[in-house]
Design a protein around this ligand. Structure first.
Ligand code: UTP
Length: 293
């Protein structure tokens, strides 16, 4: 067995159209939707960094400039805050410019998640890497990406995060089939994109975190457009399985799908309920509001 390479690069695809959030996503990336005072993608980058990633590439596209501006330094704003002695705010702003350098590459057409990933091939080269979807927040003390890295380092193989999804929602996910080899860890036999509930091989759906061996790029290149006429990452994983083991891990933590309206509302409420400045007032507001209904 070849020596396990450590993972220090991550790809964050953020070039999707966000049609579920139109019209706001007409002029604003869904990855920039605010969770109180930080955009969704801030939490995604933070998870990567807290997992030990020091090289991040974000896949962007038309109308996604706000992402680059957000992660850029803001010297004039910092100077003004300093003059006004707004030290706490300044510190929060500096946390952003202290993130490792972020690289950007554009996906010219939103031809699917698989196509977006292919745009990172030159930057990633011949090494294993992490993928974190730009609109999924996963909250846990040990970051989900770090949990996947632990599995990767044991098996020297690709690993994807999964969770149980309600039967009626399997048609929105890549659904796996496989054998549980130890609690929470499955060796994947097959994966299908967006099956109907009747055809789904299980109720275990792939969610927004992955570790891949670099061979995934060849699989992506050999993947024809699938569901929605897009290059589906799930179909490339199906090809990868022919010659390479792929594992699925039931991660610890709570996943928030902020690309979905209800998921977005749940995220804001949960994050506000955890915030000492907002918690008490929000609780009161919610209980008064619910009593009125
Ligand atoms: P989604 O399927 O949730 O994104 O992709 P979408 O297509 O923008 O959403 P809807 O269904 O139209 O509302 C998950 C992640 O992959 C990125 C998205 O930006 C999101 O972060 N993505 C998706 C790309 O980078 N390129 C694509 O072509 C598609």
């Amino acid at each position: 067995m070849t020596k396990t390479q450590s993972i220090h690069k991550a790809v964050i695809p953020a070039a999707g159209l966000g049609t579920r959030f139109l019209p706001v996503t007409k002029s604003m990336p869904k990855e920039m939707l605010p969770i109180i005072d930080k955009p969704v993608i801030h939490y995604v980058v933070e998870e990567a960094v807290n997992s030990g990633i020091d090289d991040i590439i974000i896949i962007t596209g038309r109308g996604k400039r706000a992402i680059e501006d957000y992660f850029d330094a803001a010297p004039e704003l910092e100077m003004r805050l300093k003059d006004q002695h707004k030290d706490a705010t300044l510190k929060r702003l500096k946390e952003i410019s202290d993130f490792p350098t972020i690289h950007y590459v554009r996906q010219k057409e939103p031809n699917g998640l698989g196509d977006a990933l292919l745009k990172a091939e030159n930057h990633i080269g011949n090494e294993p890497f992490a993928v974190l979807l730009g609109d999924d927040i996963i909250s846990n003390r040990k970051p989900c990406t770090a949990q996947l890295m632990s599995v990767y380092s044991r098996f020297n193989a690709s690993v994807i995060s999964i969770e149980h999804v309600p039967r009626e929602k399997v048609c929105h996910y890549g659904i796996i089939k496989g054998n549980e080899i130890e609690p929470d860890l499955i060796r994947i036999e097959d994966i299908v994109e967006k099956p109907s509930p009747e055809k789904a091989p299980s109720d275990m759906g792939a969610v927004g975190r992955y570790i891949f061996v670099p061979e995934i790029f060849d699989c992506l290149k050999n993947t024809d457009p699938g569901v929605g006429n897009e290059i589906q990452l799930t179909d490339a994983i199906h090809l990868l399985l022919r010659d390479h083991p792929v594992y699925a891990y039931k991660f610890e933590g709570k996943r928030y799908d902020t690309g979905d309206k209800m998921g977005y509302i749940e995220t804001i409420i949960d994050f506000a309920l955890r915030d000492p400045e907002l918690r008490d007032n929000l609780r009161k507001f919610l209980s008064d509001r619910l009593c009125q209904d």
